[in-house]
Write a protein that binds this ligand. Structure first.
Ligand code: AR6
Length: 174
């Protein structure tokens, strides 16, 4: 698997899958979620509503992932995952790792070969960037998958540099 880091907007990515840092309602929000629904158009929300009606009446649990159409985005699918809110008193890193693992599992099931991730939980959910990068990169590298291309799309220069530093620190894969 090839891991690349890019600075930019996740809604512009031409990967098979873009991952949405959603909330359990699946009905949209700010940040990445807002941008994906805005640019992807109403088809995505319509499918999210159907998923709520059929499978996730109580919401998509934290750490899980589910796919919908990508609507008008360049990608083929959006995979919605719910990151944990960062907590000082409780270690929720397993749930954050699960977001990456489950998103890759769902992407693999769809037959996708390329996936773009945002830095899940590092915005509204306040996860410190360096720790989030360690969890994100460490988890993705440890997953056994047919996905060939994983792209982390970092919104600002600090996020990009932090991911770059952590990735360098992890060393070569082989
Ligand atoms: N492309 C790439 N990264 C982005 C973009 C974008 N267009 N926009 C923001 N980021 P967040 P969370 C970065 O808040 O912390 C929503 O309201 C941002 O700078 O989108 O998991 C949901 O509905 C940050 O580093 O997601 C939930 O309620 C990272 O993406 C809640 O926020 C994630 O920030 C989820 O919070």
């Amino acid at each position: 698997m090839k891991i690349t880091l890019v600075r930019g907007d996740i809604t512009r990515q031409d990967t098979d899958v873009v991952v949405n840092a959603a909330n359990s309602s699946l009905l949209g929000g700010g940040g990445v979620d807002g941008a994906i629904h805005r640019r992807g158009g109403p088809e995505i929300l319509a499918e999210c509503r159907q998923l709520r009606a059929s499978r996730f009446g109580r919401g998509l649990p934290t750490g899980q992932a589910v796919a919908t159409t990508a609507g008008e985005l360049p990608a083929r699918w959006v995979i919605h995952t719910v990151g944990p809110v960062h907590s000082v008193g409780e270690d929720r890193s397993g749930l954050l790792a699960s977001c990456y693992r489950e998103s890759l599992r769902v992407a693999d099931e769809l037959g996708a070969r390329s996936v773009a991730f945002p830095a899940i939980s590092t915005g509204v959910y306040r996860w410190p960037m360096e720790d989030a990068a360690r969890i994100a990169l460490g988890t993705v590298r440890s997953v056994d998958t047919r996905i060939e291309d994983v792209r982390f799309v970092l919104f600002d220069v600090v996020a990009y540099q932090t991911f770059e530093q952590v990735l360098r620190g992890l060393g070569p894969t082989d």
